[in-house]
Write a protein that binds this ligand. Structure first.
Ligand SMILES: *Cc1c(COP(=O)(O)O)cnc(C)c1O
Length: 484
């Protein structure tokens, strides 16, 4: 299979060579690091489920003077003069996002996925909590509230409840967990997955929602390898009067590419949908919020409520990436991401690996490496020593906790952008199982098995490195793009 990134190699080579000369004339070390990064990316068997490769058009868009403009406010309503070109790119990005996802409203200013979630949380609070408080105070907008009204509001906000997927089942820490402000803004409760099947049980979610009565029901994940029935989640949210917020940061590319449709497409079912733009969607590093019309006004107040000034150059790159995602070739890409994940899952399973939920419906698989006698930390390190880049991840009810873990998360978006096909992912599965089989924990200084230290049987890491290089050579990253 050939690489799926749309670009012209000769044009991109010329652009980057010139750009690196301009940069290198000022700070050659930075030009050097940029060159090294491309070399490293090309030489890496990148299986990190949240990473991808953006096209040269997307990347080049960010290196422009659109970065030099302050543009607080919204399209056509800026607090600075001369924002007509920022208006143009922000409108383009929003239009592409609305068309691509069939969303009534898109806010493309968030700088990252976490920021997009903050915008969404505040917008939901503003829409659901402020309205009555505002009415009582005779104010039209939060900015018009008196200090005393704010005091009332803060008390009300302190009591809000959010219900999301538990971290060890694959949820994200911005869904109401302690290390994130959402864990301080909300009383949080979570739903996990079925201990036997590893799957989300909607009746358990429903029961938990009835009992907990959340203001926000959150769906979405970073490490759950299955699709979610968002129609059912909405039904549950409606039953308890909650707002359904879906964080599709990981799988937005599968929604854009029409792998997840109908009940599995979050956008028509959620009140508010948040996402990153740099994971499976293959855009610049950034975030977005899509929402139903009733939330649009609150969402658009994201900057300056919780965001710094909009990044014009990144919004422009989002517009380019979203235009790419509207091409038929992106649907082929997304289908391949999903079918490659199935090939990877089958390849791992038939060689004896245990997968959480037994397989995948999306772009990732989660291996329970305890079956190899390893912690996630040991497995991640041994794979890295062998030229395979993954990340360790907790599995449901993980006995090794969030630091050492018992899982390794593996995703297909990046290598699928390089052109890896199902047979090559089967080979990747073989390499992974070979390394994990050849790895054993070493004794801790205190006796017993270490959770971090390990040895790989002689020669396996080198042999795997060579096999990985062969696969990478067959699927070059940015083929024809030459910097020298
Ligand atoms: C990656 C991710 C985020 C955070 O995105 P950043 O751009 O790193 O801030 C939020 N939610 C989910 C579900 C994610 O997977």
């Amino acid at each position: 299979m050939s690489q799926s990134l749309p670009f012209d190699a000769a044009q991109a080579s010329a652009a980057y060579r010139n750009a690196l000369d301009v940069i290198g004339a000022v700070e050659p070390n930075v030009a050097g690091a940029i060159r090294s990064e491309l070399a490293d990316q090309r030489a890496s068997l990148k299986l990190i489920a949240s990473e991808n490769y953006a096209s040269p058009a997307v990347l080049l868009t960010m290196g422009t003077w659109l970065s030099d403009k302050y543009a607080e406010g919204t399209i056509g309503h800026r607090f600075y003069a001369g924002c007509q070109n920022i208006d143009t790119v922000e409108q383009l990005a929003a239009d592409h996002a609305m068309a691509l996802f069939g969303a009534p409203h898109a806010y493309v200013q968030p700088h990252s996925g976490i920021d997009a979630n903050l915008v969404a949380f505040w917008a939901i609070l503003a829409q659901r909590i402020e309205s009555p408080a505002l009415e009582k105070a005779g104010a039209k907008h939060v900015n018009d509230l008196s200090e005393a009204d704010w005091e009332t509001l803060r008390k009300a906000l302190g009591n809000q409840r959010a219900l999301g997927m538990s971290l060890d089942a694959g949820g994200h820490l911005t869904h109401g967990f302690r290390p994130n402000i959402s864990g301080k803004m909300f009383h949080q409760s979570s739903y996990g997955t079925d201990p036997q099947t590893g799957l989300l049980d909607y009746e358990v979610v429903r029961a938990r929602a009835r009992e907990f009565k959340p203001l926000i029901l959150i769906a979405g994940y970073s490490a759950y390898p299955r699709k979610i029935d968002f129609a059912k989640m909405r039904e549950i949210a409606d039953e308890v009067g909650a707002v359904l917020m879906v964080d599709m940061a990981h799988f937005a590319g599968l929604v854009a590419g029409k792998v997840f449709t109908g009940d599995f497409d979050p956008v028509p079912h959620a009140h508010v949908t948040t996402t990153t733009t740099h994971k499976s969607l293959r855009g610049p590093r950034g975030g977005m919020v899509l929402c139903q019309p009733e939330f649009a006004d609150s969402v658009d107040r994201g900057c300056p409520m919780v965001l710094g000034g909009p990044l014009g150059h990144v919004m422009a790159a989002k517009a380019v990436a979203l235009a790419e995602a509207r091409l038929p070739s992106f649907q082929t890409y997304a289908q391949n991401v999903a079918s490659n994940a199935v090939a990877l899952a089958e390849g791992l399973t038939k060689r004896g690996a245990h997968l959480v939920t037994g397989g995948t419906d999306n772009h990732l698989v989660l291996i329970d490496v305890s079956a190899f006698g390893l912690t996630g930390r040991q497995a991640e390190s041994a794979l890295l020593d062998s030229g395979i880049v993954t990340n360790r991840n907790a599995i449901p009810r993980d006995p090794n906790g969030a630091w050492y873990t018992s899982g390794v998360r593996i995703g297909t978006p990046a290598l699928t952008s390089r052109g890896f096909d199902a047979a090559e992912f089967d080979r990747v599965a073989e390499l992974i199982v070979d390394v994990l089989t050849a790895t054993s924990p070493t004794a801790a200084p205190s006796g017993g098995a270490s959770k971090a230290k390990y040895v790989i049987a002689d020669g396996v890491a080198d042999k795997t490195h060579a096999a990985a290089s062969e696969l990478l050579d067959a699927n070059p990253l940015y083929p024809g793009l030459e910097l020298a």
